[in-house]
Design a protein around this ligand. Sequence first.
Ligand code: NAP
Length: 289
Amino acid sequence: MIKGTTKLLGVIGSPIEHSLSPVMHNAAIAELGVDYVYLAMPVKPADLEVALAGFAAINLRGFSVTIPHKQAIMPFLSEISPIAQAVGAVNTVWHTGTSWAGTNTDVEGFVAPLKAYNRDWSQTVAVILGAGGAARAVVAGCAELGIQEIHVIGRNRQKLDAFQQSWVNSAVPVPAIHTWEKVPQLISQANLLVNTTPVGMHPQVDQMPVSAAEMKNLNAGAIAYDLIYTPNPTQFLKVAAEMGATAIDGLEMLVQQGATALQMWLQQPVPVDVMRQSLTQHLGLKVKN
Ligand code: NAP
């Protein structure tokens, strides 16, 4: 029940109306019986600084950050975790008592379903399709797993060069960069193939980031991971599974990045299954065994 004492959490973005975060966070809050509520808060880019001052004034405890604020918020934070610095983006903010601090839980979210395989990743060849914001969390996640050989495929040479350059002074192995002509060759080498492009996302459900013919090069033992969570599975994951690969969809990443954030704000363990179930129900997905 929302009362006079109820503490505020939320997510900022623009647009924000379609965010799934309120569904999963409020489901966990209800299950825990803690006196919090999590709201979607539309904040336009020009209003970011004034919104932060307002949040501090009303004692908002913490918030998630989505497009277009993940990078723009960084200059307003007094502390930024090393992982968020490496990724170059913040998706979770909390109040320290005097100012705002930020981290990035997308990396934890990305690696969580992979860590469940409990294997040595050092000889893995990772091939990442796309070189945008999510690809940065994926590169950092691959490095966290111990993957040494990371290839990133993009369509714009200049953006790729900047992407590669941004890792040079970090603890992360500098990824190799390629344009899309290299896809067939790289897919045949991949043990972990990750789609970080929006290609295949609802409503373009028949599209794939690579062609079905190119996917024929995928090894049966490979893992195909799509960051997209609607549809579930994507066409990319359907074809990968037909090739004998293990398919991982983006829902678990979404759940796990949210669970890591909520745990930080509440300083207590959170019911990850309740968060997952709230999303599968909300999206009308079949529950996996
Ligand atoms: P972004 O920063 O806009 O990056 C998208 C990347 O995909 C860019 O490299 C872009 O290339 C490339 N791309 C876009 N359309 C393409 C096309 N038709 N062909 C080839 N490449 C194309 O977006 P993002 O924030 O990284 O998000 C990407 C996807 O990941 C979205 O579907 C998002 O929903 C998903 N995501 C999921 C989670 C999760 O928790 N599961 C978390 C974050 C993101 P250019 O730079 O050349 O435009």
